[in-house]
Design a protein around this ligand. Structure first.
Ligand code: NI
Length: 225
């Protein structure tokens, strides 16, 4: 499921993040990928150990915590601390699949089920830089306003097109979902959305209760923790 979640960050939050990011020290993005990714990745990242990365990452997580749509779509169990990247001067990331298992702090690991990109540049600040996701329904091009998030399956083949003018700044992170399977996660998301709409439009309370029970019992059957 490819889902656009608008307005995760406010204009003030974006302006504050961009002010510090534009003045930050960036490093070669190839430092954080395996051999497959290193061959096709041409961008910059905030260093993994940088206090700024940690601080801004926490701000992104706090913003996500306020988004019911994000929670309904991702059903997050574990989240990799958000990272930040910048593409400019022809920078790009060729077709790749994200690593399946990633290290968290300590001995913990995360299985990547859901990939997330939070755009921090406005589309008119740069040319190119589309996130291109290949799924079973074909190729999708994504270029969103600053503050908006795209959520897509980590199993998909995807790339970032070359940035030929300006700079594309974004935050990105991976989520291990309660629901490993993308099609099951989508069913739960659609069921949740229809329950919300029925609630808002004053549907029969007993039927709503039954449907809500179906949602939770499906989640109970499918959730892995
Ligand atoms: Ni990727």
């Amino acid at each position: 499921m490819l889902l656009h979640i608008p307005d995760v960050l406010s204009c003030e939050q974006i302006a504050q993040m961009r002010a510090v990011l534009d003045a930050a020290d960036w490093t070669d993005g190839r430092e954080t990928v395996g051999a497959q990714g290193a061959q096709v990745k041409r961008n910059q990242q905030l260093p993994e150990a940088s206090p700024l990365r940690r601080q801004l990452g926490e701000a992104v997580l706090a913003a996500l915590a306020r988004s019911p749509l994000y929670h309904a779509a991702a059903l997050p169990l574990r989240t990799l601390p958000p990272r930040f990247n910048r593409y400019q001067g022809g920078g790009q990331y060729g077709f790749h699949v994200d690593g399946a298992v990633m290290a968290l702090s300590g001995d913990a690991q995360l299985r990547s089920d859901v990939s997330c990109t939070l755009f921090l540049s406005e589309p008119d600040e740069y040319d190119g830089g589309e996130l291109i996701v290949n799924d079973t329904y074909g190729e999708h091009e994504v270029k969103l306003p600053a503050g908006d998030l795209i959520v897509y399956p980590s199993s998909s083949l995807h790339r970032v097109a070359p940035v030929t003018r300006g700079a594309r700044v974004a935050s990105f992170f991976w989520v291990q979902s309660l629901i490993r399977d993308d099609s099951r996660r989508r069913l739960l998301f659609e069921l949740d959305a229809s329950i919300q709409r029925l609630t808002q439009t004053g549907a029969d309370a007993a039927a709503l209760l039954q449907l809500t029970g179906v949602y939770h019992n499906l989640l109970r059957q499918w959730a892995e923790t």
